[in-house]
Structures are given as C-alpha cells and as structure tokens.
Design a protein around this ligand. Structure first.
Ligand SMILES: *[C@@H]1O[C@H](CO)[C@@H](O)[C@H](O)[C@H]1NC(C)=O
Ligand SMILES: *[C@@H]1O[C@H](CO)[C@@H](O)[C@H](O)[C@H]1NC(C)=O
Length: 544
C-alpha cells in the first residue's frame, strides 16, 4: 500500500517534470486550419492568411496556468510557423515558434503546440513568424484571465473587447518579401491602418450607456507606432502586457509595434455613436482609421471631427511612457516571485548594450544589432544546440557592446547568458526612427528612457521602485531605453525588433540562457512531436 502511494507520487512528479503540466491545471484544445483566402480590408481583394476561415484569427482565452494544446494544420503551399508574443513558455522554448527554435510546419503537415500559460495574466497576441506571413494576417488576440479567487484591481467590466490594430499593405506579402526586403530595399509606406482586420468604420464595438468596458489594444502592424483614442471618452489604463498598472486616465495612448495595453472605458456620454480612432505616429504622412463605438439604442451615427491625437511629438510620448507604473498592491503573477518587488535592489551582474543600425551589406539594405545582421541558419538553433550539431552557430557571435563605426556583417548571432543571471540591458538608438524591442521567454523591468547617449550617470534617473514588467519596449529616436531582467528561464530566446522589415533583414539575435545542470527542473525535454529539419533530420527526440 505504502509503496503504491510512493509510486503514485513518483509518477505524478515525473509527469509534472516531463510535461511541465500539473494535473490540476485544465487543458484547452484547439484545432486550427491555416489557409489562404480572399480578404478586402482596404477595399481591394488580397490574399490573406485565415485561421479556421477567420481574419483576424480566433481569440484564445485561457486562465493562469492552463495548458493550451493547439494543433495547427498548414494548408498553405509554403512552410508556416506561429509564435506567441509575450507568452513566456516557462522552461519550454521548444514551443516558442520562432525559426530559431522550431522547424516550420511543412505544407500539408500539422504540428501541435503544447503551451502552459504559467504564472501569467494579461493581454497578448499570436502571429505568423516565418516568411513575412504576418503581412497577410494570421494573427489573433490572447487573453489570460486571473484565476477565479485572485482579486483583479477593478470591478468586472461589462464587456471585454480585443482591438488588434496596425498598419497594412495592399501589396501581397510575397512581393513585399521578394521584391523589397530580399532585393535589399526598404518596405514602402503602408497603405493604411486596420482595426480588427477592417478599414474605415468597418468594425463596431457595441456598449450600453453607463457601463464600463475593457479594451485590449495590441499593435499587430509591421512598421508603425500608433495612437489609440475614442471620441469623447477617457481611457483608464489598467494593464500592460501582464502588469496591473496605476490606473491613470489618458485622452489617447501610444502603442508601439508589438505592444499590448488594457484600458477601461465608461460609456458615460449621450447615447449616439463615437469614433474609435487609430493614427500613425512618427510618420511623414499620417495614416488614420476609425471603428465605431455604438451605444445600444443609438439613433445617431458617428459625426463631428475625428479627435486630435499626437503625430510627431516625441516628448509627449516619452512623458506618457514615464507615467506608466506598476500598482504594487494589485494582484498579478510576478515575473520572478523571489525578487520582483525589489528589482531595484538587485545589482545586475553585467550591462549589455544593444545598438541598432541600418548598414548596407553587399550593396543591400540590412539591419543590425551591434553591427551584426542576423541570418537564419539551415537548422533551428535550439535543435542544433540539443543534438550538438556543429557549425550552425557560434556562441558569443554578437558583441555585448556596440563596436565603433557604421559597418555591419552577416552572422547567425547567438549571445550566451547564464541561468539566473540578473542583467541590465541598454537599448541605444542612434537612428532617426523609433525602435520597438522584444525579448521572448521573459518579462523585463523598464528602468528608464531618455534622449541622447546612455551613460552610467543615466542610472540616477531610473525608476527602481514601481516600473512595469513587460515584454516589448520602445526606444525613441536618438535616445536610449534601459531594462533589467532576471534570466530565470532556460532556453533559446529570440531578441528582436518588432518592426517586421527590420527583423526580417537582421535586427534580431538569439539569447541562449544556459544551465549546466541539464535538469528537467530547469528545462523540459524535447517534445515527442518535435519537427526535425535541416541537419537535425534523422536525429531522435528520445533515446532508443
Ligand atoms: C497531427 O495531428 C494528429 C491528430 O490529427 C496528432 O495525433 C499528431 O500528433 C499531430 N502531429 C504533430 C506533429 O503534432
Ligand atoms: C491598486 O490596486 C489596489 C488593489 O486592487 C486598488 O485598491 C487600488 O485602487 C489600485 N491603485 C491605483 C492607484 O490604481
């Protein structure tokens, strides 16, 4: 009897280690069919990427710690991959869905992602990460709800809306990739903006007077920061990529590429329809689009001028960014429960500085980090690392500080870091365009940002008390942004520009967070269904 009980606990423990799942955390199953289909977001017919016939793709709803089993069938004629922006994939970069971690799903094949949304809450999105497919759609919202007994720092809203907004090109994604990016040219200016896959007044949010709604806004565009606002209504900020914030009220909110915000909006105006507006930021020509906030029983359609929003004002945006702070007393899983409250008291083991640049290499436009322009290898880095396949990448093939000069070279760049290292990272931007940086597998603390060159003295103005933890941060033109992060998630993680042309042309690298223990406690084993491609083909995911 006693042996049975011990055996039972042993088996349960092995299951937790091997699958990274706890039997008590429920599963949600999804079957997704990826197809091409006609869409008309800006009035002209385009080839879009649909998920189960939908553009944007279906919403994912999950509760903290739940397991998502998403079986993706690729009916395109090209390889395809989905990635999950802001989902931390604890101990499990195997599921991250970037080409450095996963082989793409071949045409006619399927792959099942097993993702646990461990210790997370908040608003995120998924997107196609391979072959510039993001320009054709294939993205959708992810909402991670708090567990029922965990208090949320605001009353339950009457409704919860996802707003996937961003720039859009009428040009086919294949043309953008082949005739612009791969030919060494920059992308053209986008043709317009979309809200939930629709152009001007193409999408309606219906509300009832007197009630309060949550809007989760994600910038799913390719090249442009946006400003979001609703005619006649205030936006009360409550959440930023999984951090509950101090509930400041704004007229409008800047959302940089790849970022996600939740605001509460009370329908406290006369019963009629109002504009929901998105406009481009820091662009020579300002692009604008609108959706409709429709009050139930409204007889009056949208009217009046579209409300003002900032266009090129950098100081406005910087001030707003600095005002966004964490609500230290609100619930929410912490990025690193041991230290997050006191992130400002931990001394970083080292400072990494990352500078973006736009060099011409072999006569072609490229983008680089510390002078290195990333080129994808023939085998995903994670698999090469696991199977010890030499010659795919070299550790330390990207400097941790910007070299002098404006040159650049091509390299499959991987930076090494130790498990549990606490690092400070400074993003230094000497270009004239705003940057948006993302780190997979982590949520990091935004310590500070300002114009000019970062120096050690810049630390005097850091927010060491109550900044938000998030996964994507902007860097203003000719400015810096500093973050700190506890590298407590073993794996191979993509660090990238969220500007999709820049990412495609090399402004990215992989961060290999390594633990010499090789324990399943630190990293889950390779999934049984892992796809093997390139030089990993023919290897075994399990010993004989
Ligand atoms: C493909 O789908 C089938 C079920 O239809 C599933 O059993 C199989 O594991 C999936 N393949 C992969 C690689 O996940
Ligand atoms: C912070 O969260 C607490 C706890 O939920 C809440 O009572 C308080 O109003 C919030 N404070 C601010 C300034 O948003």
């Amino acid at each position: 009897m006693r042996e049975c009980i011990i055996l039972y606990f042993f088996i349960a423990w092995v299951l937790v280690l091997v699958h990274g799942v706890n039997g008590e955390d429920p599963y949600r199953f999804f079957t997704w069919k990826i197809t091409y289909g006609d869409i008309y977001p800006l009035g002209v017919k385009q080839q879009g990427i649909l998920i189960n016939g939908q553009f944007p793709g279906p919403q994912i709803d999950a509760v903290t710690n739940e397991n998502l089993v998403i079986n993706v069938f690729n009916y395109l004629r090209e390889p395809f991959l989905l990635s999950w922006d802001g989902i931390q994939q604890r101990r499990n970069s195997w599921q991250d869905g970037m080409y450095g971690t996963n082989c793409p799903i071949l045409p006619g094949k399927n792959f099942t992602y097993n993702i646990q949304v461990k210790d997370q809450i908040g608003s995120f999105f998924y997107f196609p990460s391979f072959l510039f497919h993001k320009a054709a759609g294939g993205f959708g919202g992810i909402r991670i709800w708090s567990r029922p007994k965990i208090p949320v720092p605001f009353p339950n809203p009457a409704g919860d809306f996802t707003v996937l907004a961003g720039d859009w090109f009428k040009t086919n994604h294949y043309i953008l990739r082949r005739y612009f990016l791969e030919s060494g040219r920059n992308l053209p200016l986008p043709d317009g903006l979309l809200i939930n896959g629709r152009g001007w007044n193409g999408y309606t949010f219906t509300v009832e007077q007197g009630r309060t709604y949550r809007f989760r806004i994600s910038n799913v565009g390719l090249t442009t920061s946006i400003n979001f606002r609703i005619q006649g209504h205030n936006l009360k900020l409550v959440e930023v990529e999984g951090s509950h914030t101090l509930q400041n009220t704004y007229d409008s909110l800047d959302v940089h590429l790849g970022q996600s915000y939740s605001v509460l909006v009370t329908a406290d105006q006369p019963v009629q329809d109002y504009y929901v507006v998105v406009s481009s930021r820091f662009t020579t020509k300002v692009l604008t689009t609108t959706a409709v906030l429709h009050y139930s029983y409204s007889q009056k359609g949208v009217s009046g001028p579209i409300p003002w929003g900032p266009t090129n004002e950098v100081a406005w945006s910087l001030n707003q960014a600095r005002s966004i702070r964490w609500n230290l007393t609100a619930s929410g899983p912490r990025p690193n429960p041991q230290g997050s409250y006191h992130y400002g008291m931990i001394k970083p083991a080292r400072t990494i500085m990352l500078a973006n640049s736009a060099p011409y290499i072999n006569g072609k436009q490229r983008y680089a980090v510390n002078g290195v322009s990333y080129v994808p290898p023939d085998t995903p880095l994670k698999l090469a690392d696991y199977f010890n396949i030499p010659g795919v990448f070299n550790l330390g093939s990207i400097p941790t500080n910007p070299p002098g000069g404006n040159g650049g070279y091509l390299q499959t760049s991987v930076m090494s870091a130790n498990f549990r290292e606490f690092v400070e990272i400074v993003f230094q931007n000497w270009e004239d365009s705003v940057q948006s940086w993302h780190i997979d597998g982590y949520s990091f603390f935004v310590l500070g940002m300002d114009g000019g060159q970062w120096t050690q003295a810049s630390r005097a103005r850091y927010n060491l008390r109550d900044t938000v933890a998030r996964s994507t941060v902007q860097v203003y033109p000719r400015a810096w942004t500093a973050i700190s992060v506890a590298l407590d998630n073993v794996g191979m993680w993509n660090v990238r520009s969220q500007n999709w042309g820049r990412q495609y042309l090399g402004q990215q690298f992989y961060l290999r967070v390594y633990s010499p223990a090789h324990s399943w406690r630190d990293e889950l084993p390779i999934p049984r269904n892992a796809m093997l491609c390139g030089r990993a083909r023919g290897h075994r995911t399990r010993p004989l």
